[in-house]
Each structure stands twice: as C-alpha cells, then as structure tokens.
Design a protein around this ligand. Structure first.
Ligand SMILES: *Cc1c(COP(=O)(O)O)cnc(C)c1O
Length: 398
C-alpha cells in the first residue's frame, strides 16, 4: 500500500468559489426574475488584442509547413520571447539576462513548483490575507509557516519584523485581494531584511501592469541588490488576458547562490533550469508567438487599452464606496477593491446581504485568510454597463 502525503489532510477545504456558486444558484432559482451582477470575477473578460491574435495565427501557419514546423522547443522558452521580456524590463530601467528568464504556463504553476528547490526545513513568511497558492503549496510539504498580518493599520502592506527569522518570504504586489502595492522604500526594507537573514523573497508581480502610480516599482529588481535575494514571478494572465491562453515567466537571477551543507556552491538559476528541464517540456510554440506579440509596441498599447477599461470600472466602484463612507483600499494600482464590511459584518453575512438586497456578487474576504474575515473584494472585470448598474444599486441600498 502506498504511503500517501498526509499533509494534504491539513489543507483547508477550498470551498470559496464553489460555495459562492452554490449560494448564487440557490438565489437565482428562487428569484428567476432578478438580474444578478457578478463583481466577484477574478478573471479577465475582454478578448485578446488583435496583435496577439495575428501572431497566434502565424504560429499555427508555421506548424503547417515542413520548413517552419516546430517540435519540442527549448524547455526554458524560445529565445525570441525571453529577449522580448528582457527588453520589456530594460524599458523600465532593469537589466535582466535572457538566461535568467524561464517561460512557463503561468505564475500559479511556478509559485507552486518553486518549493521543489527548498528543503522542508525552512521557515516561510506569508502575508494574510493573500492568494491561497503560497500557503497551500507549503502546507503540502509541511513547511513551517509564519503569517504576517496585513491590516488596516499597516495599509495591508506588512513590513519585516527584525525579531522574526525567515528563510523564504512571499510578497504579492499589487496584492490579490487587497490591491495594496509596496513602494520602493518598503521593498528596500524587505531586501535588506532578506540579505541580513540570507532569505529569499518570492515576489509575485502578476498585477504589475495595473500600476498607474509611476513612483511605484513594477518589479522587485527595481530595488538595488534584489538580484542577490529575490525570484520574480509574472504572468500574461492579467497583463494581456492570457488566463485561458496560459503563459507566464519567472526570473531567477544568476547572483542567487548559496552554499550547500558540504560547502559546494548551489545556483538557484541552475537548479530551476534542472527542475524545469526534468519536469516540464515548455509552453506551446503557438502560445509563445502570441506572448511575444504582447511585448511589441502595438501589443503593449492594446493591452493598455483593456487595462484602462478595467481601471475605469475600478474608479466607478471606488467613487461609490467613497461616497457612502466605506473604508476601502486598492482600485488604483490594482483591478481589486477591498473594503470593510459595514457594521462589523462577517464577510459571508455581507455576501448574502449584498446578494439578497442588490443582487451583486462579490468575494468574501474570509476566503483569503483570517484577516479577511470582515472584508470584501469587488473586481473591475465586468462590463462598464454592469458596473454602473451595480453601483446604482449600491447607491440605493446604503
Ligand atoms: C491571477 C494571479 C496569478 C496568475 O496566475 P496564472 O497561473 O499565470 O494565470 C498569479 N498570482 C496572483 C496573485 C494572481 O492573482
């Protein structure tokens, strides 16, 4: 009989989205005449830009002829895409080598798979609330997790505690679900802390393209010395609407070297390459063609247009919450608006209240950690029309 990984028994039941679906279904069955508006969507809704579509078609055409056919590609990703990404960073003043870029099927896989490089015996620092993947993947390996409270008091941006030692630190900025984004000064503190503790920052920048404040860093590598202590995960999911298309990238600097227990030198870049070449055979050529188009001038302009559309929705939601005196966060450098439930309400009770009285579906903060229990997340991924209608309903309700 196999011995199973019983750490899976310690995972909390991921019932957030199924429970939401269940409550919405029950409501719509009982109230078939009511129009429900979904502002809980954590997925993009606008189609891919035409530049990406053209290049996806070109990719298909290449596979149709013997001269241009492609079989297995380089596991690390095609050079044309890795170079497009290094150029993108260069435009933001950040120098990355193409062999530090690893193309993957998305940031969820990479933020989860990166744990392969680390022993079980590491102390992991994770913000609460946050994207649940970091907690769950470390629970699967039974690593010790220390939670950092993200609260109103610290503007949902926890800072290092010099009295707590950690080996691995997860940061997500702009944050899902709170929409909070670290400043350069704050990230400098994190980099100093990581260097002092010989720790590694695992930096999820999946929402970097939503940053509008030009003073905010879009990459951890905008911070000096970060290449000595950080790995960055990024994705075309939110940047370019690739949630269904699937493509992301991870940057593992060559400066990330640590001694092994017998005194040899271990390079995380080499280890990640070994990990990927062993367990992963790369992203489809067609998708990589489409992904490279994202980084062309035309491609980037088309992505910006879609992001602007979502940002206008975020603005409408923020204006309404402001008007009604809600304590809200995010919505400026993020597609998410995070706010305190009125009257100290529990987030699931508020979910029901909003569904029953305004037919608006959001996401209860409790689904992202204990500090989310009295908070609620609305997203900007619905249409202008539906967002306007939802805000009218909020206006009448509160
Ligand atoms: C959406 C999201 C991602 C992107 O994941 P993909 O697997 O690339 O689609 C990564 N991190 C966070 C925090 C997200 O919300």
């Amino acid at each position: 009989m196999p011995k199973l990984n019983e750490n899976y028994l310690n995972l909390t039941e991921n019932y957030l989205f199924s429970e939401i679906a269940h409550r919405v279904n029950t409501y719509t069955k009982a109230n078939p005449d009511k129009k429900v508006i979904r502002l809980g969507i954590g997925d993009v809704t606008l189609p891919l830009g035409s530049e990406v579509i053209t290049q996806l078609h070109e990719g298909v055409n290449d596979l149709a002829s013997v001269q241009t056919f492609k079989g297995y590609g380089p596991e690390q990703g095609y050079a044309f895409l890795r170079e497009a990404i290094t150029n993108y960073y260069q435009k933001n003043g950040i120098s990355i080598c193409a062999d530090e870029v690893f193309i993957s099927d998305g940031a969820k896989s990479d933020t989860g798979n990166i744990t392969d490089l680390f022993d079980k015996d590491n102390i992991v620092l994770i913000p609460d609330p946050v994207y649940p993947v970091y907690v769950d993947t470390n629970m699967m390996d039974a690593r010790k997790i220390i939670y950092m409270d993200a609260t109103v008091e610290n503007h949902f941006l926890p800072m290092p505690d010099p009295y707590i030692h950690a080996d691995l630190i997860y940061l997500c900025s702009p944050n899902n679900p709170t929409g909070a984004a670290y400043t350069c000064e704050q990230l400098k503190e994190w980099v100093s802390y990581a260097l002092e503790n010989h720790a590694i920052i695992l930096y999820d920048s999946a929402y970097e393209c939503f940053i509008t404040d030009k003073t905010l860093p879009r990459s951890i590598f905008a911070i000096e010395q970060a290449k000595k202590c950080a790995i960055e995960f990024c994705s075309l999911s939110k940047t370019a609407g690739f949630t269904g298309t699937r493509c992301g990238y991870t940057i593992v600097p060559k400066e990330l070297n640590f001694p092994s227990s017998d005194g040899r030198n271990l390079s995380l870049n080499t280890m990640w390459k070994r990990r990927q070449t062993t367990k992963f055979n790369g992203v489809s050529y067609i998708i990589q063609r489409g992904a490279a188009a994202v980084f062309s001038a035309k491609g980037l302009a088309q992505c910006e247009e879609n992001i602007k559309y979502y940002q206008e929705n975020a603005k409408m939601i923020s204006i309404e919450l402001e008007k009604k005196g809600f304590r809200y966060f995010g919505g400026v450098n993020s597609p998410y608006i995070w706010f305190e439930c009125p009257n100290q309400m529990d987030s699931w009770d508020f979910f029901d209240y909003l569904l029953n009285n305004a037919q608006i579906v959001g996401t209860p903060g409790a689904g992202f950690g204990k500090n989310g229990q009295r908070f609620f997340r609305l997203t900007s991924f619905n249409t202008h029309e539906n967002t306007i209608e939802a805000m009218k309903r909020m206006d009448n309700l509160f």
